[in-house]
Each structure stands twice: as C-alpha cells, then as structure tokens.
Design a binder for this molecule. Structure first.
Ligand SMILES: [Zn+2]
Length: 315
C-alpha cells in the first residue's frame, strides 16, 4: 500500500487536524503555504511560524504521534525575490513576446542565477523542521512561466524545470546529503523531461490539476482525465517509482472555494477517491497525497468535521 499524506495550509494546523490524521491512519502531513503571486510572502510567514513556541509544540505533537511533517510549496519567488531579479535583468526569463520580464521563474540558461538559487535553497532547506528527506520546492505557480530566450527556446518547460531543480538540489544536498527533491508534473511540465543526466535525486510528483474530480482518472470517456494521465507512463519510466508521489485534489477545498474565504462545504466523491487510489497503487506510486486546504477551524465552525473517510489508509 502506498503511504498517504494530506496537505494543508500551515495556519490551519491544530490538534483537531492531528486527531483527524490519526483517525484516518494518515502517516504524514504536508505544510503547503498559499501559492499564486504572493507565494513568497506566505512561505516567509510559515518560516516565521516555525520559530514560535506554540507552533513548535504542534510540530512536536505531530512527531510524538508518528506523523511525518513535510513542506510542499511554490518556492521559486521566495528563493529568487523580485529585487534580485530587478537587479540582474539577465536572470529574468524572456516571455513569449520576446521581452525579458521578472514576472515568473528565471532564465535557466543563466548560470549566475542558478548559483544564487542554489545558495538560497540551502538556506531555506536548513530552516525546514526536521530537515525532511523529501523536499518539494516547486517553481512558480502559473501557466506559460518558462523562458523563451535564444538559449532556452529549444529547451522544453520540463527540461527547464530539470535544470532549475538540479541547481536547487545541489544547494540542499550541501545541507543534507541524501535529500531528494520533487519534480512537479503539472501544466506545462506534465510531459516527461529528457535530461537523464540531471535526474539523480529527483522524484516524480504528479499533480493532475486540470482533471475532472467527479470522475475517476481511468474513466476513458472523460477527456480531461485522459489528457492529464496520458503522460504518466513516460513520467514513471523516466523517474522510476522510488518516492513517486501522486498529489491529487480530492479534498482541496481551497480549489472548490475558488481560493476565497469563507470556505464552501466540501462534497467529496468517495468512489472516485477509492478508484483513483487503486489506480495510483497499480502504477507503482509509493505515496498518495491530497490537498486538504480550507478545512481548518473556520470550516469546522461552519460545517463540522469534513468527511475524509474515503482516504483512510486501509480502505
Ligand atoms: Zn533563457
């Protein structure tokens, strides 16, 4: 059976969540600061939270219950802040219109920018509680976020991501020699990369963001799910199944609430969850995760505990 994990916003973590994880026999918890344009601020706020005695007590409580805590987040803008990009125009990506712009990510053909990222990644990783063996520091959260400069034009978004991750991992491994880093496959990076020379230490994290949550991934009549799962054989062939992680959206109440509070009532599809979990297991995924954001204290005050029973590890 694959291991399971739920991803929540750091500010939503409380004892009730830890109780819920215990009742579901979910052995891991992913802290996921809010993504989007302000992902750098929410990541910084999470790091500050780690320094408070109240939050440390919660993390210790999780540890004493045998719950592994990881961090999974869009980290690029935090690692490469706006002012650094502004000061180094050559680090900026070139957009589809041919303009250098500091809006997303960077130019992966710029070695100086990669060295900067590498050092920043080491410093960030050193601040993560317990220095988890698996880290998920994702690039910016957007479509069309890669570089179209002369040097990068012929490099696919997937391979551009490989180049950046390789630089991040170099930094992280200066702190923790056996750390591994997630390759997030979603949007433009769903197609398998080709740079096998860069894949050591990277594991697959498959996130079918554009799937239909009301139908099983294997539903051949569902065009969205067919499209999202089509690259899986090539991705698994490239990365192998070691640490391979499926990150799904079954309980992502932030998505269902269109990223706006107050949260809506979560209406999960238990049959879909069970069918998809079996699907991932058959493919050899070692870990199955779901976002479960917007299900904290404010949600419970409105609707009570969310029904997550279809995610129980023994179901
Ligand atoms: Zn470039």
């Amino acid at each position: 059976m694959p291991a399971t994990s739920l991803l929540i916003h750091p500010e939503e973590l409380d004892k009730t969540w830890l109780d819920q994880l215990g009742a579901l026999r979910v052995g891991a918890l992913g802290l996921h600061p809010v993504g989007g344009k302000r992902a750098d601020e929410t990541l910084a706020a999470m790091l500050d939270r780690f320094e408070t005695p109240e939050y440390r007590a919660l993390l210790e409580d999780a540890e004493s219950r045998g719950i592994e805590v990881t961090c999974e987040m869009h980290a690029l803008r935090y690692l490469l802040p706006e002012d650094a990009l502004a000061a180094h125009p050559a680090w900026q990506r070139v957009n589809m219109a041919g303009q250098r712009t500091p809006d997303f990510n960077l130019c992966p053909s710029c070695g100086e920018a990669l060295d900067f990222l590498s050092e920043r990644a080491a410093a960030l990783y050193a601040r993560l509680p317990g220095r988890p063996r698996r880290a998920a520091l994702w690039l910016d959260d957007s479509r069309d976020a890669f570089c179209h400069c002369e040097k990068c034009r012929g490099i696919s978004p997937s391979d551009q991501q490989m180049i950046v991750l390789h630089a991040l991992l170099r930094g992280i491994r200066s702190v923790q020699a056996d750390a591994r880093l997630a390759y997030l496959a979603y949007f433009e990076t769903l197609p398998a990369p080709t740079r096998r020379d860069l894949k050591d230490g990277l594991y697959l994290e498959f996130a079918p963001y554009q799937r239909d949550l009301t139908r099983p991934l294997e539903d051949a009549a569902c065009e969205a799910n067919r499209r999202e799962t089509a690259p899986l054989p090539a991705l698994l062939d490239f990365f192998g199944t070691e640490d391979a992680t499926a990150l799904d959206y079954w309980f992502d109440n932030s998505l269902l609430s269109r990223y706006t509070k107050p949260p809506r009532k979560l209406e999960p599809h238990p049959d879909v969850v069970r069918a998809d979990m079996a699907f991932y297991r058959r493919l050899g995924f070692q870990r199955v995760e779901s976002f479960a954001c917007y299900l904290g204290a404010d949600y419970r005050a409105l609707y009570g505990l969310p029904d997550l029973t279809s995610f129980r590890a023994d179901e």
